[in-house]
Design a protein around this ligand. Sequence first.
Ligand code: UDX
Length: 464
Amino acid sequence: MKVCVVGAGYVGLVTGAGLAALGHDVICVDTDPSKVEGIKNRKAPFFEPGLDSLLEQTVASGKLDASIDLGSSFAGADVSIIAVGTPSNEIGIDLTYVREAATAIGRLLPAQSKFHVVVVKSTVVPTTTDTIVRQELELASGLIASRDFGLAANPEFLREGCAVEDFTNPDRIVIGALDDRSRQILAAMYFKCECPIVHTTPRNAEMVKYAANAVLATLISFSNEIAGLCETVPGLDENIVMSGVHLDRRWWVEAADGTRIHPAILTYLRAGVGFGGSCFPKDIRAICSFAAERGVPLRMLSSVLSVNEERARRIVDLLGKELGDLKGKRVAVFGLAFKPNTDDVRESPGVEIGKQLLIAGASVVTHDPMVSHQAAVRSLGGSVDYESDAQAAATGADAVVIATAWDQYRRLDWVAIAVKLKQAVVLDGRQVVSSEQLPRKFKLLRVGRGEYGGLACPEAPKTL
Ligand code: UDX
């Protein structure tokens, strides 16, 4: 099958390369010539584990190509996939790029000699595919959807930092086809994928994506809200509390041998510094706006956002209670990426914590295994310092705040870090270090723990 992917970003390029690896002939189209050149040279324009080798394999085999020209890339394609950005704007979701892609594809449809399916993979609010996209396509082509061309919504569920793995071993595929021919063609496109395929309408497919992200974000904000309360009560420890919650039989299944299998979802039910990235915040803002327009405000999801937005300031308050006035204090922020195994700092909690520290008058030095100095300055401004080595970042600092759960921070030589610090204080925002790893002189501030009552809590039982 020939597939034309419009948009070679995180979703478009991983999807395109993944489909090429399945044996399809894929061309990724992007308006950015440097991105196109990079792909042709088998170098991904952004970091995703395994993507370079996937490009190496699929470009070398001739299965994957890239182009800035949609017309030539579209000719003869069975499927075109719209995978362009849908940024937030003041009314919720900005569909400009989706509309532009639909119009450009619509203009090319009449020249197609066979039934062609247009797929919307970008995250769009329910009804977008079967109204706005459909209208743009029909207006630009003069054709009728379902009769002359196919249309479907096919949302992605690719986590950053493991997107290639998530495409190669999908947990689900959701196909919201407008017509049966589209459904059959998309089922064929994914024929090698061994996972449940949900066949439904475009609207339901669009809504699955929002509900999936919303429930994950809700668990995170729920945990952080409970943590926020625990942090005000000396002796309370969210970690212990959640360990007790996780044991609820409705959170695990019993294996044949009697052992308990705890779902990965439980990692979302633990205190942290909040969620970031290009999906959760944007998608929740979009679905809240969409619902409000329909007179059904999503009060809980609005709170999920506000709890998350307050979390960075709360973390800085916790540090202030330990260090006193933060003005003039030097704080090392370990972790600017919004999650491990990516250099993406979009809406990152680490960046927000850095901003709040600067507002509090602290001097901030940042470290991240993958985020560059330039990216740190772009996010936090020129007043922030940056070190590529954690010990150098800790030198002379009054405290370290761990804001991203990088494995490197689990394995750090904390004895060496302690020597460098002016005050041996670490606020572990991601629960990655245990008190056993730290020299006795260290003061470990852990999220979700009522510390400043002076009551240090025993480590949570290792039940999971
Ligand atoms: C998310 C969805 O998981 C994915 O299915 C969708 O396609 C895109 O959006 P992603 O944002 O890459 O993927 O990552 P995820 O691992 O879900 O983390 C999102 C944010 O939640 C990160 O900032 C992460 O640090 C945070 N998080 C995650 C927590 O704060 N606590 C957790 O326990 C897990």
